[in-house]
Design a protein around this ligand. Structure first.
Ligand SMILES: [Zn+2]
Length: 137
């Protein structure tokens, strides 16, 4: 049975920081940069699933910062394109600024990653199961 929300939609919504269930721009509290909504105000999807659910997004943020920002700066310094002092300053400042700018995407990507592998957990994809039914099947 096909899902109401496909994996492709989950990825598209994840990459654009939208709710994986309804597609609304509701992951973050309005007017804030860093505060995640507990639940989606539009569809009620539990966004902050458990204490520590978003620890994975911190690892993701760290990895992306390392691969996409710090490694290129290091390579530019190694090849002599920028000086060592400039590289240290850029890396130091960027280590704070880049993760802050990537914060929202890292949370959204983590949520996308979760629902990509268990799309049946989205309320829109819930199949009516018996009281003892296993929704992981
Ligand atoms: Zn929603």
């Amino acid at each position: 049975m096909p899902f109401a929300v496909t994996r492709l939609q989950i990825v598209a919504r994840g990459l654009t920081n939208r709710c994986p269930n309804c597609g609304g721009r509701t992951l973050f509290k309005a007017g804030t940069w860093f505060q995640t909504n507990q639940d989606c105000p539009a569809c009620g999807l539990r966004i902050e699933r458990d204490e520590g659910f978003f620890l994975g997004s911190m690892s993701l943020n760290y990895g992306v910062t390392l691969v996409c920002f710090l490694t290129p700066v290091m390579l530019l310094a190694y090849k002599g394109v920028i000086g060592l002092t400039a590289a240290v300053v850029i890396a130091g400042v960027g280590s704070i600024v880049f993760p802050a700018l990537f914060y929202r995407s890292s949370r959204s990507w983590w949520l996308m990653n979760y629902y990509f592998f268990v799309p049946q957990h989205l309320p829109a994809n819930r199949i009516a199961t018996a009281s003892d039914g296993d929704e992981n099947l």
